[in-house]
Design a binder for this molecule. Structure first.
Ligand SMILES: Cc1ncc(COP(=O)(O)O)c(C=O)c1O
Length: 394
């Protein structure tokens, strides 16, 4: 029987890859682990619902941006959401298999061969192309039912979607197909996090044009949606009936230009342990290819984290030990890396080390890592490996 780590009262489920161990968690039993605060997810969802005055569709693709598809989705449903957005049908089917019963929209492409499963499980699909939609209709009819579809309009993103000029004809055609039920129409913004450009206003205008044309034809979609997180914060006119929110629900800003309003809480922190501690003499190489040499007697620790966990193999990484920022030295290995601890004489073997999160007065955010790594916070989160156990707090 594992003991509960008292400081954190972390009873709950430990999710390791796809395996769930239902017993109290002892973080001392983990080399590295993610702590996910489901209370923060619910808090952020409540704030979003208040802010928009509309239902929110949490976007839980890519393992809920690394936070854990099933746990985050269940928490969101507990918080009252009626829709979840995923990228792939496999994610939707995993949710159904876990007993998640709310409406689910696959935002990306679905292979026609999976349409039978969508019909059976009541999963809504995105359509934007007549040939593919025709095969959906055929597959759905063969499965003896109909599949709900959301029509995607490319109002300017240059990704998936029917062009505005073809949208009305496409919707009319879809409505004539047995096996398809047109449930919604939607679009996606390319630059909602960059308010200095007119792009989003132009996209809204084009999308509104499509809605007006449909109205003239006597077609009123049951549901209209457009905004992502940045759109939700910056473009109230694009909120329509539903806000599709990912990054802000996880408590992070969509971009440095789109800061979060008060009250949002980051849901994830990332931790490891100091697993080795020793003095190396001057001139000693550290890690593969000796990208670092000690200058003097140096206190070098190893931490149980590597690029296979999602920690980038680059120079200049920083972690927190005993509430102090310390440099990672030498190359990041697959499963571990080294830290220079001369400024932390109080550090001890098996100390907790923070890669994302707070320790004492110091904090490293996913935004800081993203900046250091030359990427966006989304990629930092999605890069967190499956093998890192997730520990959930209610
Ligand atoms: C179509 C669509 N809608 C909504 C989202 C959610 O985006 P965000 O995490 O910025 O809210 C995404 C994510 O990329 C998306 O592809």
């Amino acid at each position: 029987m594992l003991t509960i780590y008292h400081l954190r009262s972390c009873g709950g489920a430990l999710i390791l890859g796809r395996m769930e161990i239902q017993r109290p968690i002892d973080i001392d039993a983990c080399s590295t682990w993610l702590e996910i605060d489901l209370g923060a997810i619910k808090n952020n969802l409540n704030l979003l619902t208040k802010l928009t005055g509309r239902p929110v569709m949490p976007v839980v693709k890519a393992n809920a941006y690394g936070h854990g598809l099933i746990e985050v989705s269940k928490a969101a449903v507990e918080a009252g959401v009626g829709w979840l957005g995923v990228a792939r049908i496999e994610e939707a089917l995993a949710l159904r298999a876990a007993g998640v019963a709310c409406k689910i929209l696959v935002l990306g492409y679905t292979p026609p061969k999976q349409v039978g499963a969508a019909v059976q499980e009541g999963i809504s699909l995105t359509v934007y192309d007549k040939t593919v939609a025709q095969s959906y209709a055929d597959e759905a009819a063969q499965a003896g039912g109909s599949v709900s579809v959301h029509v995607k309009v490319d109002s300017g993103m240059g990704r998936l979607g029917v062009f505005p000029r073809d949208a009305v004809d496409f919707v009319r055609w879809l409505k004539g197909q047995r096996g398809l039920d047109v449930e919604a129409i939607f679009t996606h913004f390319a630059r909602a996090d960059e308010t200095k450009y007119a792009t989003t206003d132009e996209q809204i205008e084009r999308f509104d044009g499509v809605l007006k044309e449909l109205e003239k034809e006597g077609i009123k979609p049951r549901l209209v949606h457009a905004v992502n997180s940045a759109g939700t914060l910056n473009y109230p006119a694009g909120r329509y009936d539903l806000a599709r929110c990912g990054i802000v629900m996880y408590g992070l800003q969509p971009s440095p230009d789109s800061p979060l309003p008060e009250g949002f809480i980051p849901a994830l922190s990332w931790n490891t342990h100091l697993v080795s501690l020793k003095m190396l003499p001057p001139g000693h190489g550290v890690s593969y290819n000796f990208q670092y040499f000690t200058q003097k007697n140096e206190r070098i620790g190893a931490i149980a984290i590597g690029y296979a966990d999602g920690f980038r193999r680059r120079a200049g990484n920083i972690v927190l030990v005993r509430g102090k920022r310390v440099p990672v030295v030498g190359a990041v290995c697959m499963d571990q890396c080294m830290v220079q601890l001369d400024d932390v004489p109080e550090a001890r073997l098996q100390d907790e080390v923070v890669l994302i999160g707070r320790q004492g007065d110091e904090m490293i955010s996913a935004d800081e890592l993203a900046k250091d790594w030359g990427t966006i916070n989304y990629e930092v989160l999605c890069g967190l490996a499956d093998r890192v156990p997730r520990i959930y707090f209610k």
